[in-house]
Design a protein. Structure first.
Lengths: 414, 155
């Protein structure tokens, strides 16, 4: 290990004790929660922070000149600063709070899509997008005459960079919107080279970090992207809070998305003047408690350390890869070189739903279906899959238990 | 590991799931409908041939889905053959009750034998997320009999 820095000690058992829900049993069996990719469980620190806020420091923000409102406003804005640090944003005003990743992408599709892009411009996405990064662009195409192009995914589940380049070649693509990590294949895309490629062809890059931001350190400046979105509830925080980061000069050029209170600097019966970024994009009462909960979640993962979380998960992914691919009848979707803790698979003798029902009886929670990525399932010619996805609290023993259950499930259905 | 699941996955269901009966397109069908649960990916196409008296002379289906949905479609096509359209609708109604509650209070009355055959799917009521798999074929049958052209869904 020449020159390598050892990861700080990562005590998964201690971490598991921070998550109250993990100690419960399901149908008499210990819970083995392998659906963190859909939504992660919450540590005590997040739960307590949100309860304490409601009990002691809650009022609407940016409005009242009274003590409680000032407290809540300070908490809300401290959350923005925490997110800015988490993403290494150059300016905390570049952090826009939304209700989810979906809402953040819709904001860009609506505001940048209709306010900056012109009919005849093109947007490039990929075959492995979550519906949240597909449908808003289809809607933009249909409403605004923007062309939608789709970059191919290779048979091993990687983003086909040659195809990306071919689709950028005529210079019509003004925005590339791609997942940073596939919620089905686990593939982590090469964000740096993609940013270089996009910029060389005059396109901006939006990365959907819903999965990636949970599993590894994200530095938006180092990545070189122009927009980055992620959601609180997959990062051990609450539902109802998402983040859009955008470069200041882009956010300033973009018209407001939703109109309402808090997003104006001046309003009369005839007209309004939008507020500066980020308030311009935050109409209405924001998810205050949720933003403060997200702050607590960020503090939680940062105290453990994103590099330590990444190292733990990398070991788990390698273990799961070896373990699951050795089971007869199990086929994994995607074998990307760089991947995170998400495994979609099929079992030859059982449909994904039947398998998920069986696994549930053993206490294992996996998702079954198409995971909001129907075109990707069509691409790999599978009707549906089961998906096991890991969190920082997932253990090697849980992966072994899943493998054992899959072997037994195959016997059951054969 | 899965002993208690035998209530849901009875041998009859596994058998019909693996080797669905009447898994064929009826070229001369009088009624036709598609069923689709897009969230989970269960999909089927149903054909019904009516006799001169309007009763169901034959029923066939094709599709892809979980063992529960395939077994339910298979058992349904067997059960409704020879029934009048009114009887088929009544079975559909009773079956949905069975799938949701696990019991069939009216089963002592008309169509008791048919409902007894379908009883093997009653275990699905213990699995709320799976009830829709069992009822999709019956929703599709209703659409076919009503001549409705939109896809049936039980999601």
């Amino acid at each position: 290990m020449d020159g390598a820095v050892l990861a700080p000690a990562f005590d998964v058992e201690r971490i598991r004790r921070d998550f109250p829900i993990l100690s419960q049993t399901v149908r008499g069996k210990p819970l083995v929660f392998l659906d963190s990719g859909a939504s992660a469980q919450k540590p005590r620190a997040v739960i307590d922070t949100m309860v304490r806020t409601m009990e002691t420091a809650y009022a609407n923000v940016h409005r009242g000149a009274y003590h409680l409102s000032e407290l809540a406003t300070a908490g809300h804005e401290a959350a923005r600063a925490a997110v800015a640090r988490f993403l290494n944003a150059a300016d905390e005003r570049e952090i826009v709070f939304t209700s989810s990743s979906t809402a953040a992408i819709n904001l860009v599709a609506h505001s940048y899509g209709r306010g900056v892009l012109k009919a005849g411009d093109a947007v490039l996405i990929s075959e492995m997008e979550h519906h949240a990064n597909l449908v808003p662009w289809q809607m933009l195409r249909d409403a605004h005459g923007v062309e939608l192009r789709i970059a191919a995914v290779t048979d091993t589940g990687e983003l086909d960079l040659a195809d990306v380049e071919a689709k950028l070649a005529d210079g019509k693509v003004r925005l590339v919107a791609i997942t940073h990590m596939s919620n089905v294949l686990g593939t982590v895309i090469p964000a740096g080279p993609l940013a270089t490629l996009a910029h060389a062809h005059g396109a901006k890059l939006l990365l959907d970090g819903s999965q990636a931001a949970v599993h590894r350190r994200v530095d938006v400046q180092a990545l070189g992207c122009d927009f980055y979105v992620f959601t609180g509830h997959k990062l051990y925080g609450p539902t109802g809070i998402g983040v859009l980061w955008g470069r200041m000069e882009l956010l300033e050029r973009m018209p407001p998305f939703m109109g309402g209170g808090d997003m104006i600097s001046e309003v009369s019966l005839e007209r309004f003047l939008p507020a500066p970024v980020p308030a311009k994009f935050e109409a209405g009462t924001p998810p205050i408690i949720e933003a403060i909960g997200l702050h607590a979640a960020i503090d939680y993962v940062e105290a453990i350390g994103m590099p330590a979380i990444e190292a733990h998960e990398r070991a788990l992914v390698d273990h799961a890869m070896a373990k699951l691919s050795a089971i007869e009848g199990v086929t994994l979707l995607g074998h990307a070189q760089d991947r995170g803790g998400v495994f979609a698979f099929t079992l030859d003798v059982a449909h994904a739903h039947d398998l998920a029902t069986l696994l549930d009886r053993t206490g294992i929670a996996v998702r079954s279906g198409r995971h909001c990525a129907e075109p990707l399932h069509a691409r790999f010619n599978v009707e549906s899959t089961c998906r096991a996805s890991f969190g920082l609290y997932t253990t090697k023993e849980e992966v072994d238990y899943l493998a054992e259950a899959l072997v037994k499930a195959r016997e059951f259905f054969s | 590991m899965f002993d208690d699941l035998r209530d849901l996955y009875q041998e009859v269901i596994l058998d019909h799931g693996r080797k669905p009966r009447n898994f064929r397109r009826l070229e001369d069908a009088d009624r036709h409908a598609k069923g689709d649960n897009p969230m989970c990916g269960d999909r089927l196409e149903l054909w019904v041939k009516l006799g001169a008296d309007g009763a169901i002379a034959d029923a066939g289906f094709q599709g892809r889905g979980c063992a529960i949905s395939m077994a339910s479609a298979s058992l349904m096509t067997e059960t409704v053959r020879g029934k009048t359209q009114a009887e088929a609708r009544e079975l559909s109604e009773k079956f949905r009750g069975l799938a949701m509650t696990g019991t069939c209070p009216d089963c002592g009355a008309a169509l008791a034998d048919e409902m007894e055959r379908l009883q093997v799917l009653g275990g699905v009521s213990e699995y709320p997320s799976r009830v829709k798999c069992a009822t999709l074929p019956w929703h599709t049958l209703n659409n076919a009999l009503d001549n409705r052209t939109e896809d049936a869904s039980s999601e």
